[in-house]
Design a protein around this ligand. Structure first.
Ligand code: MRU
Length: 363
């Protein structure tokens, strides 16, 4: 997961996939084993594994498991396997619609499978290739996060207090994290930083997961409820905000965990730099603006209480959008593995897409 931690969110072996159960952290460290694509889809939907890059990686392994099952069942027609994979891919993509990493990973594996089937390779070769491609996506994600970390750390000064929302850490990725990767890298460079952690209602990814990661790394962290952010900003106690992303449009609009938009507006009001950190697999240049992003609506039970505990009357109406859209104008920059895109984001993102260069760009 990180240099210091020996817990992995996603572990793959020939026997199947082992996922750290993020629903019960930090109270218990438990794992969920998945051997079928249906089990993988269930794990993504129920948030055993969550975070845009992590669900993409998990879905890739899920597709491999679907291929392996077909091979084990004696399927010999590679084109028939491609059809089965397409069906499995649709099931995986339907689990959580907002993060583009999931469909990106599924499409990447599907392209590999189709191309091998068209070239006349057999089912065993095709399934081996799916396994290799899924593991490559996993490895690449960790590498991208380290690059994001080193770009992003340059934005953080010694002694800064950095506010983050949700969990964009090792748990949400193949390892190291995006927003938390930036924070980790600054800490590793010896900058004496402090992190303000939004608890992130209703699923508490901040309180349960980000706080857990930071404590494990001995990075000074202070947990706050989401509605305290403005208070600390007004007192001048926040130097920079960095969050992750689930989808980034070509105009620079960003979908991320519900509450991100409010933080961005507050940051602008207080003149605090607001950064988004994400791998290029989160950038969806096919969408012009955030208006086109589908926002996942989750179970009302997540807002009504936690587990068996209920603190609101059952018959009250509940809204539970899992994400919101932050318009590009509120964002100081997007830290990617290809460099940092500054305003105007549409121009900078296009430059990074074309050049894939490693340097910062400023419109
Ligand atoms: O509902 P979740 O926990 O999957 O939401 C996660 C987030 O919104 C993260 O900020 C985002 O996926 C980036 S994770 C590197």
């Amino acid at each position: 997961m990180s240099k210091h931690s020996n817990v992995n969110a996603i572990e793959f072996s020939s026997g199947g996939l082992r996922l750290l159960d993020q629903r019960v952290l930090p109270l218990r460290v438990e794992y969920v084993d998945c051997r079928t694509v249906e089990e993988v889809a269930g794990a993504i939907q129920s948030m055993v594994v969550r975070g845009a890059p992590a669900i993409g990686i998990t879905a890739a392994y899920g597709l491999y498991l679907a291929g392996q099952r077909a091979l084990d069942a004696g399927e010999v027609d590679p084109h028939r396997v491609v059809s089965l994979l397409a069906e499995a891919g649709r099931r995986l993509k339907a689990t959580r619609p907002t993060a583009v990493n999931l469909s990106w990973a599924v499409e990447r594996l599907m392209a590999r499978a189709r191309s091998l089937a068209d070239k006349g390779f057999g089912v065993a070769d095709l399934v081996r290739a799916l396994s290799e491609e899924a593991q490559l996506i996993h490895r690449e994600d960790v590498e991208m996060n380290h690059r994001i970390g080193s770009y992003g750390a340059s934005l953080i000064n010694d002694g800064d207090t950095v506010l983050t929302h949700c969990n964009a850490g090792a748990l949400a990725t193949g390892g190291y994290g995006t927003a938390l990767g930036v924070i980790r890298a600054a800490h590793e460079q010896g900058k004496g930083i402090r992190v303000l952690v939004d608890e992130t209602r209703p699923f508490l990814q901040g309180a349960r997961l980000t706080a857990w990661e930071l404590v494990q790394e001995d990075i000074p962290a202070t947990l706050i409820t989401d509605n305290m952010a403005g208070y600390f900003m007004m007192r001048g106690e926040v130097n920079l905000v960095v969050v992750g992303a689930d989808r980034i449009c070509s105009n620079g609009d960003v979908a991320n965990k519900i509450g991100t938009y409010s933080l961005a507006v507050l940051s602008k009001e207080h003149g605090i730099p607001f950064y988004v950190a994400a791998p290029w697999s989160t950038v969806d240049l096919s969408l012009e603006s955030g208006d086109e992003i589908v926002i996942e609506e989750r179970d009302p039970g997540e807002v009504l209480g936690w587990g068996d505990l209920r603190w609101a009357p059952d018959r009250v109406g509940v809204a539970n959008p899992a994400f919101d859209i932050t318009p590009a104008r509120y964002i100081s920059g997007i830290i990617t593995d290809r460099g940092i895109a500054y305003q105007p984001l549409a121009v900078s993102l296009k430059k990074l897409a074309e050049g894939g260069g490693q340097c910062s760009t400023s419109g």
